[in-house]
Design a protein around this ligand. Structure first.
Ligand code: ADP
Ligand code: MG
Length: 831
């Protein structure tokens, strides 16, 4: 069994490749210059493509042909135009160039078919997919994704050779060049678990560099250059001032690093085009002021994670600082002071993620089969019959001991032998007579994955069971599984309310991989051979939120053309949905009524953001907020009003930012705005949801009372039992906060009330008088006949007839209820 061994940190600013095998860690250095990290930059120079520091050095000179920070646009439809080759290149292609360059660092002559590549834990499914695609474009047959905070903590735990006697909790604070991530981790003497993570994909060192330019340099440069709106001009494509911008970007980053060591620094500015040579002094205090809101933002994420997990500062042993931006003294100070938790800066902040990726890779068994690398040969490999459910096998997958227990129990009684062999042959039990319960202590090689095979023989010494899948990782810390960063949901129709809503399939923080079968029904009919289609959106976000507050990551589609029979409204649809550890989503669909199966039906999408769509979404929500603010019932609730106003204010600011964006803005501002927009809509959603929920709970309680009242009069035992069924789990569903559940309970109560009512014919006397007074019957003559019939029945106390008359009169009235739109094309097709 081969382990993957190679780990790659594909960073926004810097990338790194490392290997861990047989207890040895190696960070590969760039053969040119011997640096550990490679700048994540690509330059196009006619037929030549330069990658890394050489490319970054060209940024000032040739900004239109050098690309950096493309990690931020992974998975989006944005492209970079490279002038020198007159072509658009995608963020995925650029990342693939970086990966290919990293492969060149390997001096051992090994050929790389697979690797672990790290991603920020806040990367959504689209961004994760894009990273895998980049790996494939770089020639990897298989790519395994690992979340960066996990990688960093593996590096930390394994470097310090920790001896823990009790379980501890840590925060991993990763502030890099382009992203900020914080993860909550639990670690014991054997392994660690990620409990939660939070982060912002659009917050990093490059934002600090830009702030230096915008807030410190631009105001000083405008009078010197005799320019206005310099900051806007910097961002316009093809503006001649852009060259100056890239020079300033370079200088600002240098100055930022200087300020990590000194109290003041000078930024030299050379602009020969206007014969300007000047220098601007920047002090650490001025810089810190600039930084304060960004750092506060990161600290708020840390507080949020503590809050969400009901933890206080003293529950956390330490905060492990990684990422280049944690070299800033102010960042370290503020984090420690505000959170009141000790920070630990002992790992190399720019290498930790890559090193941790290697540790992970060194313990992870390759999923590649020989034929994935070479064409299949005719030679038969050893057949593994490990799926045979013959034994219950138990062993620890991670250990610090040099000996571990393998225990197994046969499902059926068998006379014979067993044998356990370590793959290198260094441990072998030989043939041992079987007992009902077998306990074997196996010897382990230190600092590596130990693979064993277990064979069971019958009394003739014929093999009846083989298991080659026993791997024990000795010495190094390992991770128990990565977490899903957001809910993965289906967007389905809510026919009753004529809207679409989200239904979570997998919840945030579930441990990957995940698999689930769910049953839905078709909410419309799709005829065989028609152009009609069943399209089900898959959304990543908060499962309790509005569909527009989530991110559409792809869809499942079945068209009439693919159907062998008509798909009938209301029939069952079985969906088998899985998410792998590397976040591959797979959906198999089975249509019960057509007896037809569709596999791999999930189609991932790229992220496309239109400024006008965003503006529109912001406008819709601000209007809704205005309406909320104007509602009389909210007038006295100052706290709530303030919350609405804050969200509205932030949305309006976003709208202004958006309106200032030029159409083909070269920065990633629109993605940033989109992220903020989504989080604001989520906040609004949460506020109103609680209010709606309170109303629903109120309505539910009133309905229970009403049913109890009618029951007190009628005294039906049958309906009493029905009522008790509905309210049996009252506490649970009220606390669930699930409005759909509560609404369905209200509906059930209405049905009972209605049934009690209609069971007694004399209850129809009141309604009869109501219908008698109406004069808007389209056929008034027929109505009059019915009314006369009703009057007579009433006189004779024939209440059954009165009831029938009421039904008939009701059916004659024009239907003013909203039509349910089962065939609405905009709907999802699932309910
Ligand atoms: P990424 O993981 O995003 O590639 P890194 O963790 O390598 O990023 O951090 C890169 C960021 O750290 C850059 O924005 C860089 O300017 C910043 N950085 C590096 N060294 C320092 C320093 N001494 N002081 C302040 N910032 C630094
Ligand atoms: Mg990083």
């Amino acid at each position: 069994m081969k382990t993957i061994n190679f780990g790659i940190d594909l960073g926004t600013t810097n990338s790194l490749i490392a290997k861990y095998e047989n207890g040895l860690l190696e960070v590969f250095k760039n053969p040119i210059g011997q640096k550990q990290t490679l700048a994540s930059a690509v330059a196009f120079r006619g037929s030549r493509i330069l990658v890394g520091d050489k490319a970054r050095d060209l940024l000032e000179k040739d900004p239109l042909n050098v690309f950096t920070c493309f990690k931020r646009k992974m998975g989006t439809t944005d492209r970079y135009f490279a002038k020198s080759i007159n072509k658009d290149v995608s963020p995925i292609e650029l990342s693939a160039y970086v990966l290919k360059e990293l492969k060149n660092f390997i001096h051992t002559g090994e050929e790389l078919h697979e690797a672990v590549i790290t991603i920020p834990s806040s990367f959504d499914t689209i961004q994760s997919n894009a990273t895998k695609t980049a790996g494939q474009e770089a020639g990897f047959k298989k790519v395994y994704l690992l979340q960066e905070p996990i990688a960093a903590s593996l590096a930390f735990a394994n470097k310090n050779n920790l001896e823990l006697n009790e379980t501890k909790k840590w925060l991993i604070y990763d502030f890099g060049g382009g992203t900020f991530d914080v993860a909550l981790l639990e670690i014991n003497e054997r392994e660690m678990n990620v409990l939660d993570n939070e982060g912002d994909n659009f917050l990093g060192g490059m934002d600090i560099d830009n702030l230096i330019i915008e807030k410190l340099l631009v105001p000083k440069l405008e009078p010197i250059l005799n320019e206005t709106k310099l900051w806007d001009k910097f961002k316009e494509p093809n503006n001649p001032l852009q060259k100056l911008y890239f020079e300033l970007l370079f200088r600002a980053e240098e100055a930022k690093k200087e300020l990590s060591r000194f109290e003041t620094t000078e930024i030299d500015i050379d602009y020969p085009e206007k014969d300007i040579y000047t220098s601007i002094e920047v002090t650490r205090d001025g810089f810190n002021n600039l930084l304060a809101p960004l750092v506060e933002h990161t600290i708020n994420f840390c507080k949020k994670i503590l809050n969400n997990n009901n933890l206080i500062s003293t529950d956390i042993e330490k905060i492990i600082m990684v990422g280049g931006s944690t070299l800033i003294p102010y960042v370290r100070e503020q984090v420690e002071k505000n959170l009141n938790i000790i920070i630990d800066t002992s790992v190399d902040p720019t290498a930790a993620v890559g090193i941790g990726a290697a540790y992970y890779a060194g313990s992870k068994i390759s999923a590649l089969k020989p034929e994935d690398i070479k064409p299949p040969t005719t030679n038969q490999t050893e057949v593994s019959t490990s799926t045979q459910p013959l034994v219950n096998l138990i062993f620890e997958k991670n250990t610090k001991d040099t000996e571990e227990l393998l225990a197994f129990k046969l499902n059926s009684s068998l006379q014979g032998f067993y044998r356990v062999i370590r793959k290198d042959g260094g441990f072998d039990t030989g043939l041992v007579t079987l007992q009902d319960n077998v306990n074997v202590f196996v010897d382990l090689l230190e600092g590596q994955v130990n693979s064993f095979s277990l064979k069971i023989y019958n009394s003739n010494q014929d093999v009846v069971y083989t298991n080659n899948d026993i791997h024990i990782n000795q010495g190094k810390y390992n991770i128990q599984g990565q977490l899903l960063p957001n809910d993965i949901c289906l967007e389905i129709d809510d026919i009753q309310y004529n809207v679409t809503r989200l239904e979570a399939i997998f919840n945030k923080n579930s441990v990957l991989p995940l698999k689930k079968t769910i049953y839905k029904s078709a909410s419309k009919t799709i005829l065989k051979d028609s152009d009609d289609k069943l399209q089900i959106n898959i959304v990543e976000g908060d499962g309790n939120g509005l569909p527009s507050s989530g991110l559409s990551i792809g869809y499942i589609e079945i068209t009439g053309k693919e159907l062998e029979q008509d798909l009938i409204k209301g029939t069952d649809i079985e969906l088998n949905i899985s998410v792998s550890e590397s976040r591959d989503i797979d959906v198999d669909i089975f249509l019960t009524s057509c007896d037809q199966e569709f596999s791999n039906s999930f189609k991932p999408t790229e992220r496309y953001i239109s400024n006008s769509k965003m503006e529109n979404e912001i406008r819709v929500v601000t209007q809704k907020i205005e309406r909320e603010i104007a509602k009389p019932e909210n007038a006295e609730n100052y706290e709530l009003l303030q919350k609405f106003k804050n969200i509205e204010h932030a949305l309006i600011e976003l709208q202004i930012e958006l309106s200032l964006l030029v159409d083909n803005d070269i920065t990633d501002a629109k993605f940033k705005i989109d992220n903020q927009k989504r989080s604001l809509i989520q906040k609004y959603d949460l506020l109103t949801r609680h209010k709606e929920l309170d109303n629903d709970i109120e309505e539910y309680k009133n309905n229970v009372l009403a049913v109890k009242q009618v029951l007190a009069e009628s005294g039906s035992e049958y309906y009493m039992a029905e009522l008790n069924k509905v309210i049996a789990n009252e506490k649970t569903f009220i606390n669930s906060g699930n409005k759909y559940l509560i609404r369905s309970k209200i509906e059930e109560l209405r049905v009972i009330r209605n049934a009690i009512f209609t069971a007694d014919d004399s209850n129809f006397i009141g309604p009869f008088f109501h219908y008698k007074t109406l004069d808007n019957y389209p056929d008034q003559q027929k109505a009059n006949i019915l009314i006369a019939e009703g009057d007579k029945a009433l006189e004779n106390k024939q209440y059954k007839v009165v009831k029938q008359v009421v039904y008939q009169l009701a059916s004659m009235l024009p239907d003013d209820k909203p039509k349910t739109s089962f065939n609405n094309q905009d709907k999802t097709g699932l309910s």
